[in-house]
Write a protein that binds this ligand. Structure first.
Ligand code: SF4
Length: 476
């Protein structure tokens, strides 16, 4: 039993008829009703604190309020009835109502949302622990009051990337313990951000003009493991904290803006197969950044890599079967402690067979505090560097051959640089290249005088040459 499941924390005196909103220029006012247990109370406190921090006035009266927020309880029948009655009362008295809390997460008959079934006029419904979603709903219906300091900051916050692409962090920390890495000791175990917050950030980024969203974390495929794939809320709809559900909703948000969604740091777990159809349909970019680090099972074991027992070649083949356009980028470590020449050769064979489109390689170097420092068989620096160079020679051969096959193909290019509307040419990227880490497309000046292209826009271009890691293309 929850503590005091139906406890009424604050009540409101109902008005007899719908009340007018505050006068223009008056401080926007939100009436708040908090029902339920102490956990719901702390949610109410968080929302009230945020409302006050943003300059809204809060009230216990429906009269004069621009909006009512009802934080509900849904545990026992009496609490459900009390919550539904309160919502009805608020609708009758004020008309503009947002519902949050446990009852917001409850399904009604046929699987829909109970609150929306009983009170279809509510403006938005969220589940519990959803401060950001409640605030997003409040912002949509009662714009934030002007703040002379905060209003200098764009709604998406301060970004260090160009305006047309942005990184979206979905979690912090990591549950793995790779022996060469100290991230878990610095940042702790995996903590997934609430899916509603992640999606709200994504929407704000797309609305601000972002054309490419780069999903990042330490282990994107593990998103939600820490919260047991808990159901969160976005726009009043339930969404599981799980990478497939996240990708599906991100694709929905990106579509009206014609924007790209690109996934980084995905491990080759079997459930990643489920994301490939989204890529085949063009809803998420057919690009996966999979940090394999090595291919020999014994080295992977010494590295304590996640998914080291997976059959990676088979998995890649399966992915390409579902989505032939798939581009795979990866990073590797050469000269890991104890790596034999034979183990290193296995790595080279893997890169050839796996046809890794873009590969980076580091010569192993010890990091202070990492467990790998204690492993036997530390290799001399020259051996590590020499293996790195050999690896890169093989990887480049694979990559360049794959790029050559693109010559003659017409591709969509996102423009990163374009002096004077692109009439003198410019620089961009196709879906196959992530910013800063992969190659580029050098855009030639368009042949037609009428054809121009601008930074942050897409242009179609015919690939006319491959130069090393880059392509050359003519806008058409
Ligand atoms: S290298 Fe391993 S331990 Fe470090 S962040 Fe990546 S998966 Fe986690």
């Amino acid at each position: 039993m929850p503590e005091n499941p139906g406890m009424t924390v604050s009540t409101i005196e109902p008005a007899t008829e719908p009340v007018p909103a505050s006068a223009p220029n008056a401080t926007p006012t939100v009436a708040f009703v908090s029902l339920g247990c102490p956990k719901a109370l702390t949610d109410s406190e968080l929302i009230l604190t945020q409302l006050s921090a943003e300059g809204y006035a809060t009230s216990k009266q429906y009269a004069g309020a621009d909006l009512v927020v009802v934080n509900t309880c849904g545990f026992i029948d009496d609490a459900v009835k009390e919550s539904l009655d309160t919502i009805g009362e608020a609708l009758a008295a004020n008309g503009r109502v947002i519902v949050t809390g446990c009852l917001g997460a409850k399904a009604g008959e046929g699987g829909g949302n109970l609150v929306q079934q009983v009170h279809p006029k509510v403006l938005a419904v969220t589940g519990p622990h959803a401060t950001q979603e409640v605030m997003d709903a409040v912002h949509r219906h009662v714009p934030r009051p002007h703040d002379p300091f905060m209003d200098l900051v764009p709604s998406i916050g301060i970004k260090l990337t160009p305006r047309h692409y942005a990184y979206l962090k979905i979690s912090e920390g990591c549950n793995h313990r790779c022996t060469f890495c100290i991230i878990p000791s610095m940042r702790g175990d995996l903590v997934s951000r609430p899916v509603g917050d992640v999606l709200a950030d994504a929407r704000a980024l797309f609305e601000s003009g972002v054309k490419e969203l780069l999903v990042i974390s330490q282990d994107t495929s593990a998103y939600g493991v820490d919260v047991k794939y808990r159901t969160g809320f976005f726009d009043g709809q339930p969404v599981k904290t799980r990478v497939l559900d996240l990708c599906t909703r991100l694709a929905d948000l990106a579509a009206p803006h014609g924007a790209w969604v690109r996934l980084h740091y995905v491990y080759p777990y079997p459930h990643v197969d489920d994301i490939l159809p989204l890529m085949a349909e063009g809803r998420v970019l057919p690009y996966l950044d999979v940090p394999f680090q090595h291919a020999h099972p014994d080295v992977l074991k010494r590295m304590k890599r996640p998914a080291s027992g997976e059959r990676n070649l088979e998995r890649l083949a399966r992915w390409r079967e579902i989505c032939p356009e798939l581009v795979v980028r990866s990073t590797f470590i050469a000269g890991f402690p104890g790596e034999t020449e034979a183990e290193f050769e296995t790595l080279l064979d893997f890169v050839r067979e796996a046809q890794i489109d873009r590969a980076g390689c580091f010569a192993y170097s010890p990091v202070q505090g990492a467990a790998a420092n204690e492993l036997p068989g530390q290799l001399p620096q020259e051996v590590r560097e020499e293996r790195r160079a050999r690896f890169m020679a093989v990887a480049e051969k694979v990559s360049v051959a794959k790029l050559q096959r693109r010559v003659g193909v017409t591709m969509q290019v996102l423009v990163d640089q374009a002096p004077a509307l692109g009439r003198k040419g410019g620089v961009g990227r196709t879906y196959a290249d992530a910013p800063e880490i992969d190659g580029q497309v050098r855009l030639l000046p368009p042949e037609k005088a009428s054809k121009t292209f601008k930074v942050g826009e897409f242009t179609r271009a015919r690939i006319v040459a491959a130069e090393g890691h880059d392509l050359v293309a003519l806008p058409i």
